[in-house]
Design a protein. Structure first.
Length: 295
């Protein structure tokens, strides 16, 4: 009975990603009821509006979103719901990378990531300013729970900071290593852990690469000895394998969001898995490297 009463009194929050859902839950605890509007196994840029999203928005007091241009589907979902929950755009809490890139493509059409790279949750240290903003938003909605929200946040950040120290130590031997990514998802992650993105398989984010671009990328990887590719679970296996076979590179498949695969059920597990896999692939690539591949 008590559990039912508490659930009914909990603040309803809709988050646009599972990562933000997890961070809201970390701060809000049992005083919030938060659900993600999206499935991390689907393309974040091309989504159909479904009844579940509309229902969640109708019941939500707060809408927590990634912002920038990461949710082009959201205006349609809000229009379909006919409501406007209080908007919490957490991109305003972080320093955005690539914010100075041109906002229009050469043919005057907006392009993805036009307002800066939106994958800022992949720097775990960004959870500090993100959860600070979440704390203020939740406390504004439920002032009587501010102290509880602050305690929850402090407890979560203590676990996270211990994780950051562990992850940095694991990747420290590879500082300065150059990697190729499939999608432009990883600049925050790489910067945090001292790694360098040397190129991307996708010439334009979200658009399959042209044969000419792939050929140029392969030649650059051969010439510079880049031996590691970071792919995501949804990446084209054929394209990734073509680049790997042509360059002798090892492939690290990393989920970029909580729930993107069964091994990453929460925000801290997301980095435990990503760092562990990447470190093993970097070790393998270093052991196998004998200089640039010649073909």
């Amino acid at each position: 009975m008590l559990a039912a009463i508490l659930a009914a009194a909990a603040l309803a929050v809709a988050a646009t990603s599972t990562d933000l859902r997890d961070l809201v839950a970390a701060v809000g605890g049992d005083r919030v009821r938060v659900e993600s509007l999206t499935d991390p196994r689907q393309d974040p840029h091309a989504r159909e509006i479904v009844p579940r999203q509309v229902a969640l928005l109708k019941s939500a007091a707060l809408l927590v979103r990634i912002g920038l241009d990461h949710e082009p589907w959201l205006p349609r979902a809000l229009a379909a719901s006919g409501v406007t929950p209080r908007d919490v755009d957490v991109s305003r809490a972080v320093v955005v990378l690539d914010a100075a890139i041109p906002r229009l493509s050469a043919d005057a059409r907006p392009h993805l990531h036009a307002y800066g790279n939106p994958h800022y949750w992949l720097d775990p240290v960004n959870a500090h300013p993100i959860t600070a903003r979440l704390l203020e938003a939740l406390a504004a909605a439920q002032p009587e729970d501010r102290a509880l929200f602050a305690e929850n946040r402090a407890r979560f950040l203590a676990r996270l900071d211990a994780g950051v120290a562990r992850w940095q130590a694991r990747l420290a031997p590879f500082a300065g290593a150059r990697l190729v990514v499939v999608h432009d998802t990883w600049p925050y992650f790489m910067r945090r852990f001292g790694l360098t993105v040397a190129g991307a398989v996708e010439e334009t984010p979200g658009v399959p690469p042209s044969p000419a671009h792939l050929g140029q990328l392969i030649e650059r990887m051969r010439a510079s000895g880049v031996r590691t590719i970071v792919a995501e679970p949804g990446a084209s296996p054929a394209i990734v394998r073509r680049v790997a076979d042509a360059t002798g590179a090892r492939v690290a498949t990393l989920a970029p969001s909580v729930g993107g695969e069964p091994d990453v059920p929460d925000y801290i597990a997301l980095f435990d898995v990503a760092v562990g896999r990447l470190a093993r692939v970097l070790e393998s690539a270093a052991a196998a490297s004998t200089g640039p591949v010649s073909r």
